[in-house]
Design a binder for this molecule. Structure first.
Ligand code: NAD
Length: 291
């Protein structure tokens, strides 16, 4: 990478976060148990679940993966979730999205016990988050907060602009930054004059899924830029696919600090999932969850 921006590498942060999670896990009566469920063989889902499973074991958690056939019915999936909810030996449940079209994502997210909802997508956890109360927090946004804290970058009092309003990144990130006393603007595909909005940001977070959407003229000098985008591009000439973010690499010439892609936010998403699993296990061991 070039330019003058400080590069905010995610791996050292993820390592620090995971070391702390491992210590907390070792204090529990049994290793926290994460169960992941996926339907079908979507290559991205297979690879994400494999990565999470490997990391969980590395940190000393117990991890079980249910790789179910694509044609599994919604009723069968809900039945499995009900059994996992009732199983005291299971601390965290993650159903890998996206699901096949015949299964309602909403029905599945509602079915997971909110106290085992390590993705933080259950409406109860979403509500607690927006109410500013403790909850299991969505992994990518929580990972971003951990990254900012690790590098000593301020959030309170900052003018934060988020581009992208998805339920997994943009919206929960807005809530977390708001809870941390930033002044938050949530921009999206229907925001007019995006450049005027993004140029206001001290902290600019981009989660859109469009390679190099954010260019240098859209960034205020010295701003902190968090690039959540993961885009696989394949140039016609070389034919060699590679990963790139939503932020153009030239933004490094204007930004004060910036996350790389890959190796920025990505590693923190998995780390936060494992932190959530440890946290869920701690709450369950302490008997602080309502049953
Ligand atoms: P999404 O498709 O659900 O949402 C995209 C958002 O971008 C929408 O809210 C839309 O309004 C907005 N948008 C689309 N075009 C726009 C434009 N031209 N200008 C402004 N806003 C626009 O996406 P998502 O699930 O939030 O993922 C976004 C990106 O982040 C993807 O590249 C995804 O792969 C990546 N991602 C990375 C991680 C990670 O761990 N690093 C985790 C989740 C998602």
């Amino acid at each position: 990478m070039r330019g003058s921006a400080r590069i905010l590498a995610g791996v050292p942060v993820a390592d620090a976060v995971l070391r702390e999670a491992a210590v907390r896990a070792s204090r529990l009566p049994a290793p926290p148990h994460l169960v992941m469920v996926r339907l079908g063989e979507d290559p991205a889902s297979v690879s994400y679940v494999r990565g999470k499973d490997r990391k969980a074991r590395e940190v000393g958690l117990t991890s079980t993966v249910y790789a179910l056939p694509e044609e599994t019915s919604q009723a069968e999936l809900l039945d499995l979730i009900a059994r996992l909810n009732a199983d005291e030996g299971v601390n965290g449940i993650l159903v890998q999205l996206p699901l096949p079209p015949h299964v309602s994502e909403q029905a599945v997210l509602h079915a997971v016990d909110p106290h085992k909802d390590v993705d933080g997508f259950h409406p109860l956890n979403v509500g607690e988050l927006w109410a500013g109360r403790p909850s299991l927090r969505p992994c990518t946004p929580a990972g971003i907060l951990a990254l900012l804290a690790h590098y000593g970058l301020p959030v309170a009092g900052q003018r934060a602009v988020i581009v992208g309003r998805s339920h997994i990144v943009g919206r929960p990130l807005a809530a977390l930054l708001l809870n941390a006393d930033a002044t938050v603007t949530l921009a999206h595909s229907r925001t007019p004059n995006l450049t005027a909005v993004t140029r206001e940001a001290d902290l600019l977070c981009v989660a859109v899924g469009r390679p190099h959407l954010v260019t240098p003229e859209m960034v205020r000098s010295g701003a902190t830029v968090i690039d959540v985008g993961i885009n696989r591009v394949k140039p016609e000439l070389s034919g060699k696919a590679y990963l790139t973010g939503d932020v153009h690499p030239d933004v490094q010439d204007v930004a004060g600090a910036m996350t790389p892609v890959p190796g920025g936010v990505g590693p923190l998403t998995i780390a936060q999932l494992l932190v959530n699993t440890v946290h869920a296990a701690e709450m369950q061991a302490a008997g602080t969850v309502r049953r």
